[in-house]
Ligand binder design. Structure first.
Ligand code: DQA
Length: 144
């Protein structure tokens, strides 16, 4: 089954960002890990990253139109983008929100997610494993 793994702004530069928060893996390595774990669970993972809010919205429309499940790390959009929330709310298949860092243990502005309310669930704080946990959660949800 095809799934989309959508990543928001600055996640393409993980190797440049603060490694004490985001770890040492670069985006290519993270993508390879997601692809491998996805394959193990029977998923074909379409992994994308954008710094553009409008592109993220268009990808969510594409996922909604094709009823494809989505794992999303909306990055900073998490905290304020009602437009992405509204697009995510149109999805027909499960949506799982992921974060590498534990956003609740960071600055107060990161404690709010405008996306969580339209997601099946949220996984945060486990570094790259947040994505593999999300793949496993998605697999469980789709078997229900
Ligand atoms: C993030 C957390 C966000 O607060 C931040 O803006 C990001 C990454 C994470 O994966 O931990 O860019 O979504």
């Amino acid at each position: 089954m095809k799934i989309m793994v959508l990543n928001g702004p600055n996640l393409g530069r993980l190797d440049i960002r603060d490694s004490s928060i985001y770890g040492k893996m670069d985006f290519a390595q993270l993508s390879a890990m997601i692809t491998t774990e996805g394959q193990r669970l029977g998923f074909v993972t379409d992994i994308r990253q954008t710094n553009s809010e409008s592109e993220m919205i268009e990808w969510l429309h594409e996922a909604a139109d094709s009823a494809v499940p989505v794992i999303i790390n909306p990055a900073a959009f998490t905290h304020y983008s009602y437009a992405i929330r509204d697009a995510a709310d149109m999805l027909k298949a499960p949506l799982i929100e992921v974060h590498l860092s534990n956003t609740m243990a960071r600055e107060e502005f990161r404690h709010t997610s405008v996306i969580s309310g339209v997601a099946s669930g949220t996984i945060a704080g486990f570094g790259p494993a947040s994505y593999t946990l999300a793949l496993s959660a998605l697999s469980g949800l789709l078997k229900k």
